[in-house]
Design a protein around this ligand. Structure first.
Ligand code: HPA
Ligand code: ZN
Length: 332
């Protein structure tokens, strides 16, 4: 099973680039930029990664991002992630970034996007990995700040395929961002949103109804509303599920309790993703392995997860056809 999973061509649809900051790179960038961090070694950083819930993770994750200053830092961060993609046979990835985490610290929007984009171009040329960028609004901030961020993104429209919504779900429901998502859609952006991770099934429903999402990020709490589950099946609405994230943040106590395979078998368009791999203990192969080790699953079902991700991706039909060919050839 390990060999099958490792070699399976994969597509990642739920990955926060700030969440790929490994402790070693955090230390290197802190030194390069003379930023003080409250840890004395990469091992100490790793030891601090014990979380009780989403908020306890977000606090440490936003702090980590403080070491990212120059365009080269964003390049190095993204390049390191793409090298991990190569190891894991990830052939296409759609990368989230949180502009407000950086602009609030005085880092220019263009510094961030240009660093990420340059690494993505090199990833295509040197590693053969295709990628796209989705910018997320931080939902703990107000809609006005999201509008300001949307305004900054317009000049970089050719580099950004969609907008998303992340950060603290509880107390910040989708309806808070209805108008800015409407404006983003009018500007031609596709939309996605984190919903039903820590928040109720109602957030999934409202993300679809009010934010026009093409995918739901996480979405695992959909099971609390059977009518919603039926709707997700009917519409083939993709869920970007992140197994190691969910157990680390205690959305599920144990991987054995995770509903990812149960939802796949019900006929939902389920995908497996790594979310914030440097913080949650693993990249794509690790996430597939964690599921396959805890839950009985066939190679055919694992391949279906890859085919679902291709279906749910924001690439052209011809590119989807090419990637499906890779999966099918691998499974022969
Ligand atoms: N949920 C909400 N916000 C996030 C996450 C997540 O899983 N990862 C990074 N920001
Ligand atoms: Zn996420």
């Amino acid at each position: 099973m390990t060999t099958f999973i490792q070699g399976l061509p994969k597509v990642e649809l739920h990955l926060h680039i700030e969440g790929t900051l490994e402790p070693e790179l955090m230390f290197e960038l802190a030194k390069r930029n003379q930023i003080s961090i409250p840890f004395s070694s990469p091992e100490e950083v790793q030891a601090a990664y014990q979380f009780d819930n989403l908020q306890s993770f977000l606090d440490i994750y936003y702090q980590g991002a403080n070491v990212l200053i120059d365009e080269q830092d964003f390049y190095d961060l993204t390049w390191a992630y793409l090298l991990r993609c190569k190891q894991d046979n990830v052939v296409h990835t759609e990368i989230f970034f949180d502009p407000q985490t950086h602009t609030a610290r005085g880092i220019a929007f263009e510094t961030v996007i240009n660093g990420i984009d340059r690494a993505m171009q090199d990833g295509k040329q040197q590693l053969g990995i295709s990628s796209q960028i989705i910018m997320c609004f931080l939902r703990h901030l107000d809609q006005e700040s999201a509008f300001e961020t949307l305004g900054q993104a317009i000049a970089f429209k050719d580099k950004i395929i969609g907008v998303g919504l992340d950060s603290s779900e509880q107390g910040h429901p989708p309806e808070k961002f209805k108008e800015v998502f409407e404006a983003a859609i009018n500007e031609g952006f596709l939309t996605v949103a984190h919903a039903g991770e820590e928040g109720p099934a109602e957030n999934i429903h409202n993300a679809m109804k009010l934010l026009g999402v093409a995918r739901v990020d996480h979405g695992v709490r959909c099971v609390e509303d059977p009518a919603l589950v039926e709707q997700l099946i009917e519409e083939r609405m993709p869920l970007t599920v992140c197994p190691l994230s969910n157990t680390k943040l205690k959305v599920f106590e144990n991987m054995e309790d995770h509903n990812v395979i149960e939802l796949l078998r019900k006929g939902l368009c389920i995908t497996i993703n790594s979310d914030d791999p440097a913080y949650f203990g693993g990249y794509m192969t690790d996430n597939f392995m964690a599921v396959a080790s805890a839950i009985d699953v066939t190679e055919q079902e694992l391949a279906q997860l890859s085919l679902n991700a291709i279906e749910a991706s924001f690439i052209s039909e011809s590119e989807k056809g090419r990637l499906r060919g890779l999966v099918k050839q691998y499974c022969l």
